[in-house]
Write a protein that binds this ligand. Sequence first.
Ligand code: 4AD
Ligand code: MG
Length: 481
Amino acid sequence: AKRTRIKDLLNTTEFGQQVTVMGWVKTFRNNQFISINDGSSINNIQAVVDFNSTDESLLKRLTTGAAIAIEGEIIESLGKGQRVEVKVSRLEILGDSDAEKFPLQPKKHSLEFLREIAHLRFRTNTFNAVFKVRHALAYAVHKFFNDKGFVYMHTPIITASDAEGAGEMFRVSTFDPDNIPRNDDGTINYKEDFFGKATNLTVSGQLEGELAAMAFGDIYTFGPTFRAENSNTTRHLAEFWMIEPEMAFYDLNDNMDLAEELLKYLIRYAINNCSDELEFLKSRLLEEEKQKPQNERSELDLLAKLNFCLDNDFERITYTEAISILRNSKPNQKKQFKYLIDEWGADLQSEHERYLVEKHFKKPVILTNYPAEIKSFYMRLNEPDAEGRRTVGAMDILFPGIGEIVGGSQREERLEKLEGRMAELNIPTEEMSWFLDTRRFGSAPHSGFGLGFERLVLFVTGMTNIRDVIPFPRTPKNAEF
Ligand code: 4AD
Ligand code: MG
């Protein structure tokens, strides 16, 4: 059927025209006003029903959540805060919604409650705004790279390699669990499995991305990645989306420049293209802040926070510098950190990352040159420092309220060094021969990084739980739908 979307209707000046609108009832009040939303805008259209000329049995069915179609005349609204409404001449219920049973009432629900009815939360303003912003950011990722001439490379979801070497993989197998073929020594015989070898869901498209970068120069992947890490936090998902560019002839500085440019571009894109949604999310956040004690409230509102990020260079410091800042910090000295920093070489915990970003520098920070021991095998070894310590050309970007949002590095392009690192970490080189070929034939300096898409959406929307920025969250003990 021909219908007008509410987003367009709210901006129209064609008063007197007839329109058809279809959507879901938000509220019906005073037996006269229906607020209808069709998802095209976070704002509703108000429809005015002539109570006396409408069948009473029909009016009874105008409950929150019902799907309806209305036809009527576009009129100028006298109500506050809206310009346009529709004077209804024909009303049709497309799908009833039992008011007693419908879980979404026209009131504010907690995010925890909405998470329990995640299949219906799309119908709320908050999730309308969040997923519109998510959509805009996904589009902007492709636009950014396309405009720069990067090639979008689809890397496999099912793979035989563990890109991060962290062993946090979901196995992919067609074996009957009650009848798993075994070798003589009792180990599982994957030769009998679908692919003839052990396979898993990808944790990162990087290694395959490197193959493509060594031919196309500049590529990126943007796809789902999977981690079986059992961390039930507000920052971790078992299934999340990652943006991974990989660039030939880039060193670590080029890599940082690109990552900072990308993040600023994406934030600016959202500000310019999602103003209704961000305004809504900003007020939502202000309401939430009011519940907190004065001294815990954020100084900046959502838009100020986003703009602040655009207006400032990210602070770039080495891991070694960060350790000395942390060691001398008040929380460390006063033993307020859960994990005290006393030795060079320790991995930073999120409390340390947040201290650096939120308390010390008060802006996004890029940490570089981590100890080799705490980073992945593929990162480029630096010359040992004055004290003979080994670091790699890694870079992590830390954001306020988020912690790590980007992880990346310059890659080890020297075959012997790479093989040396793999041997140290017991990574079998025969199975990775395809990867090592990039270093055997025309190896070149190259770099790349991974941007966690949900962490970006968290930052831009001001939401605080990662489960609220992905439509269908997968976390430990939770895979509904
Ligand atoms: O730091 P990570 O593990 O890096 C890699 O996977 C590299 N192969 C990327 C590359 O260089 N091409 O992950 C990159 C980013 C993190 O900074 C974080 O934003 C996000 O992915 N991330 C997660 N997001 C949600 N849930 C999880 N469990 C995540 N693990 C990582
Ligand atoms: Mg990382």
